[in-house]
Design a binder for this molecule. Structure first.
Ligand SMILES: Nc1ncnc2c1ncn2[C@@H]1O[C@H](COP(=O)(O)OP(=O)(O)O)[C@@H](O)[C@H]1O
Ligand SMILES: [Mg+2]
Length: 240
């Protein structure tokens, strides 16, 4: 059975989706089978971050609603054979599925994939509970801002209540110059505010922004320090 890993944050815009896509690409580069599911129901993003927007026909709500089997909704990228994804629905219609059916869906995927990566929604409400159902591990993506850190800790609490027993935190968009100014939270503040252990940092880098916009995970740029960041995070995550 593959491992089910949920990305969450509480606050939006911290880089969850970019993180999920690059973690997926990092793992797939190692030759293991990865499926990523966009659980931002009504606000699909991941297809664009992977340059697969024009290929979407079926989505996760179609699968969970019983309209089609999951294989129909899986998008494959010719460039990266081990990396698959299932897009979110772009309609905010009423959903008939619940936590149990989401957990069963992830469990089914984990029979065929080594890693099931779930890109969770912003917020800490029902959508997060749904996205986290049956998850083994959660990564809480956050930033060096007190608001983001507080929201991250709230997401951590909700994930714990949802039964995700292993949780860790990743700091994204880290700017060392600004950190040195003393005007932003320190690493000590991170541990004081977020109870889950910190397993890695990702610098603020415009190239991440550009590559997301171009639909190519940044880690495919070989030999970059960002690729190294992601490899370290993947190693720590898998040894939790
Ligand atoms: N480390 C980073 N450096 C620079 N820009 C980033 C970084 N991580 C994410 N971004 C940018 O931040 C924005 C929000 O990222 P996204 O992954 O969509 O956030 P979320 O899924 O948490 O809402 C996007 O424009 C993305 O390109
Ligand atoms: Mg997102």
């Amino acid at each position: 059975m593959g491992k089910i890993i949920i990305s969450a944050s509480g606050k939006g815009g911290v880089g969850k989706s970019v993180f999920t896509v690059n973690l997926g690409a990092t793992l797939a580069e190692r030759g293991v089978k990865v499926v990523m599911i966009d659980m931002n129901l009504g606000l699909r993003n991941m297809d664009i971050y992977l340059g697969l927007e024009s290929k979407v026909i079926f989505d996760v709500a179609d699968v969970l609603g019983g309209l089609c089997g999951y294989r129909r909704a899986v998008l494959r990228d010719k460039r990266f054979p081990c990396l698959h994804m299932i897009p979110a629905t772009q309609n905010r219609r009423k959903f008939s599925f619940d936590e149990a059916s989401v957990a069963a869906f992830y469990a089914k995927l984990s029979e065929s994939y080594d890693y099931v990566l779930v890109d969770g929604p912003a917020g800490v409400d029902r959508d997060l509970m749904l996205a986290a159902a049956g998850g083994d591990v959660a990564v809480i993506v956050t930033m060096l801002e007190h608001v983001a850190l507080r929201d991250a800790d709230m997401a951590d609490r909700v994930l714990s209540e949802a039964g995700v027993s292993q949780r860790a935190c990743v700091l994204n968009k880290v700017n060392r110059e600004l950190m040195r100014s003393g005007l932003f939270p320190s690493f000590e503040d991170v541990s004081a505010r977020v109870r889950s252990p910190l397993i890695g940092i990702i610098q603020y880098d415009e190239n991440i922004n550009i590559s997301a916009n171009c639909g190519v995970p940044i880690v495919y740029q070989r030999g970059s320090y960002i690729e190294e960041n992601f490899n370290r995070i993947a190693d720590r995550l898998l040894s939790l």
